[in-house]
Design a protein around this ligand. Structure first.
Ligand code: NAD
Length: 478
C-alpha cells in the first residue's frame, strides 16, 4: 500500500479541489484492534445503552446538518438530495431502534426426540463489521448498514468512496462528540486498496458497489470465511401493459429512470411497452423528458445534478454512441454537456437491438431505452434476459394484474404501478437476485438480525449417555 495522496474532482466545476491521504494497512489494523477491544463492553452494556448512544448520534447529525450538507454538496454537486440524505438518518435510527426493540434476543425449546434435553438459542453479534460504500448516495449508503450493526452490538469500520470523500470529516467530527460512539464507529479514508485491506480485518463485510468489485470482495471474504453482504448493480426493467394508465406510467418511469441523474442502483434502465400503446407512450415520455431542466449554473434551480464520477460519465457517453452507431434513434438529450462538470439530459432512445451495450450493461445515467412488446410472455422473457436482478416495475390497469406479472420477474423488489419504490421505503425485506447481490436482506427486520450469529446452549437434565449404550453388541441386525 503506497499511501499516495488521492486527488478528488468536484462534480460541478470539474476541477480537482480536494486531496487526502488514504489509510494504510497498519492504520487499518490498529483501528480494527481498537474497535475489537471496545466492542465487548458495547455488547455487554446492553441494547438500552446502545439506543441512547444512537439517539445522541441522531441529535448530533440534526444539530450539525449544515456542515454535513455542505460537504455532501461538494461531493455530489446536488443540494436537495444532500439535504434528504442528512435528514433521513434520524428517522432511520428510530426505525432500526423499533426493529431492535421488537427482536427476540433468545428463544427456548426442548428436544422432541430426547425431552430431557432443553435448549436456549442466543443471538451473539459479530464483533466487527466493515462497511464499504459507493459515491452515488455517500451518506445514506455509509450508514444504512452501520446503524443496525451498531445497534446489534457490533463495532463498525467504514470506508466511503474515494470519489465522494469530503463528508467523512464532518461526520467524524459529529461522531467524536458523542460519548462512547467514536470507540465503536471509525471512518477510514481510502480507495480500493484501502477497501481490500479492510476486508481482511472484519468478521462481516457490507459492500455496496459494482458487480466487478463486489465479486472481488466476496471472493476475498470467502477466503477468510467471513460473511459478505453484497449490494450491487442493476439493469431494472419496467413493463407497461396495454391497459395501463399511460400518463401515470410515463411520469413514474421518467422519475424512476432519471432521479439523481440516473445514478441510483434501482434506476429504470429498460422500458418494455405493449405495442398498442407504444407510440402514445413514446410521445408522452419525450414531452415530459423535454420539461426536465439541468441543475446548472444555479444549484437552486433545475431537476438534474451533474454526473458525479467522470468515469461514469464516459460510460454513459459510450453507451449513447454505441446505440447511435448501431442504428438507434435518440429523441432527447443524447450527449454529455460540459458546464465545468458533466451533465446529461434525459435521453429517450428507440430502435434498440440486443447487440447494443445499453441493453445489457448497467448505465447509471439518465437514459431511457424504450422497446415495444407483442405479448406479455415476450415482455417477461425480455425483462428476465439480464445478468442483473435487483428490481423492476410493472404497470397495468389493476394492481392484481401487475402483481401476477411481477411474480414472474427474476428480481428482488417489484414496484407495482410505480417505479423504484425501494428508494422511498425500507420496511419491505428483499434479496438481490442473480448478479445484483448476495446475502440476507438489508431492508426490514432482516437488516438487523443478519448481524447476529446463533449460539445454542443445550442442557441435559437426565443421566448422560454412556459408551456402553453404543457397544455394537447391542445392535440388532434387522
Ligand atoms: P465500485 O465498485 O467502483 O466502488 C465501491 C466501493 O468499493 C468504493 O468505496 C471503492 O473504493 C471500493 N473498492 C474498490 N475496489 C475495492 C476492492 N478491491 N476491495 C474493497 N473495496 C474496493 O462502485 P461505485 O462506482 O462506487 O458505485 C456504483 C455501483 O454501485 C453501481 O454498480 C451501482 O449499481 C452500485 N450500487 C448498488 C446499490 C445497491 O443497494 N444494490 C446501491 C448503490 C449503488
Amino acid at each position: 500500500m503506497t499511501g499516495q495522496e488521492i486527488h478528488v474532482r468536484n462534480p460541478r466545476s470539474g476541477l480537482v479541489d480536494y486531496h487526502f491521504t488514504p489509510a494504510n494497512q497498519t492504520h487499518i489494523e490498529n483501528a480494527c484492534h481498537r474497535l475489537r477491544a471496545a466492542q465487548e463492553a458495547w455488547q455487554d452494556n446492553g441494547l438500552e445503552n446502545r439506543i441512547a448512544t444512537l439517539r445522541a448520534f441522531a441529535k448530533g447529525l440534526t444539530d450539525n446538518r449544515k456542515i454535513l450538507v455542505e460537504a455532501l454538496v461538494q461531493d455530489t454537486g446536488r443540494l436537495g438530495l444532500s439535504l434528504l440524505e442528512v435528514d433521513s438518518i434520524a428517522p432511520a435510527i428510530e426505525r432500526w431502534i423499533t426493529i431492535a426493540t421488537e427482536a427476540t434476543p433468545s428463544t427456548q425449546g426442548t428436544s422432541t426426540a430426547l425431552p430431557f434435553i432443553s435448549y436456549t438459542i442466543e443471538k451473539r453479534p459479530y464483533a466487527l463489521v466493515g462497511v464499504i460504500s459507493p459515491w452515488n448516495f455517500p451518506l445514506t449508503l455509509s450508514l444504512i448498514d452501520a446503524i443496525p450493526a451498531l445497534l446489534a452490538g457490533a463495532a463498525v469500520i467504514l470506508k466511503p468512496s474515494e470519489i465522494t470523500p469530503r463528508f467523512a470529516a464532518p461526520l467524524r467530527q459529529i461522531i467524536a462528540n458523542i460519548p462512547g460512539l467514536s470507540a465503536l464507529l471509525t471512518i477510514v479514508d481510502g480507495d480500493g486498496v484501502t477497501g481490500q485491506a479492510l476486508v481482511d480485518q472484519v468478521d462481516v463485510i457490507c459492500f455496496t458497489g459494482s458487480v466487478s468489485t463486489g465479486r472481488k470482495v466476496g471472493e476475498q471474504a470467502t477466503r477468510n470465511f467471513s460473511v459478505a453482504f453484497l449490494e450491487l448493480g442493476g439493469k431494472d426493467p419496467a413493463i407497461v401493459l396495454a391497459n395501463a394508465d399511460v400518463d401515470r406510467a410515463t411520469t413514474a418511469i421518467l422519475r424512476g429512470a432519471i432521479i439523481n441523474s440516473g445514478q441510483a442502483c434501482q434506476s429504470i434502465e429498460r422500458i418494455y411497452i405493449a405495442r398498442e400503446i407504444y407510440d402514445e407512450f413514446v410521445q408522452k415520455i419525450i414531452t415530459k423528458a423535454r420539461d426536465i431542466r439541468l441543475n446548472t449554473p444555479n444549484i437552486h434551480s433545475g431537476h438534474l445534478g451533474p454526473i458525479i464520477s467522470e468515469q461514469q460519465a464516459r460510460i454513459i457517453e459510450n453507451q449513447i454512441e454505441d446505440a447511435r452507431d448501431k442504428g438507434a434513434t435518440i429523441h432527447t438529450g443524447g450527449q454529455l454537456e460540459n458546464h465545468g462538470g458533466l451533465w446529461c439530459a434525459p435521453t429517450v432512445i428507440t430502435g434498440l437491438t440486443d447487440e447494443m451495450r445499453i441493453m445489457t450493461e448497467e448505465t447509471f445515467g439518465p437514459l431511457l431505452p424504450v422497446i415495444a412488446f407483442n405479448t406479455i410472455d415476450d415482455a417477461i422473457t425480455m425483462a428476465n434476459d439480464s445478468d442483473f436482478g435487483l428490481s423492476a416495475s410493472v404497470f397495468a390497469a389493476t394492481a392484481a394484474e401487475a402483481i401476477a406479472i411481477g411474480q414472474q420477474i427474476e428480481a428482488g423488489a417489484i414496484s407495482i404501478n410505480d417505479a423504484a419504490l425501494t428508494s422511498l421505503m425500507y420496511e419491505a425485506e428483499k434479496n438481490s437476485f442473480k448478479l445484483s447481490g448476495m446475502g440476507a436482506s438489508r431492508m426490514g427486520p432482516s437488516g438487523y438480525t443478519r448481524f447476529f450469529r446463533k449460539q445454542s446452549l443445550m442442557t441435559n437434565q437426565a443421566k448422560v449417555f454412556t459408551m456402553d449404550q453404543f457397544d455394537e453388541i447391542n445392535a440388532v441386525t434387522p
